[in-house]
Write a protein that binds this ligand. Structure first.
Ligand SMILES: [Zn+2]
Length: 85
């Protein structure tokens, strides 16, 4: 997974995330510092969960998850595509 890239809204350069603070289960504040030495802008970016694209496997019952471990990734995708249609 690629790291989160935050750009400075003042100069457009990449910014480093120095720290973060969890505001709620779905909102996190990222404390950022612009890497452009001529800018030096420090700022806060709000990151918010939007919506699910594919449900978590953790939402499945434990016994179903255990049985799925024996399936290959392609077998799992085939099984779930047949359920959805
Ligand atoms: Zn900047």
């Amino acid at each position: 997974m690629r790291p989160v890239l935050v750009r400075c809204n003042r100069c457009g350069s990449a910014a480093a995330i120095d720290s973060s603070k969890e505001i709620s289960d779905v909102v996190k504040h990222l404390y950022c510092m612009c890497r452009n030495v001529e800018c030096g802008h420090t700022f806060v970016v709000s990151m918010e969960f939007s919506h699910t694209l594919s449900p978590s496997a953790l939402d499945l019952p434990e016994d179903v998850r255990e049985r799925l471990k024996g399936y290959s990734r392609s077998q799992q995708q085939l099984l779930f595509s047949s359920i959805q249609s």
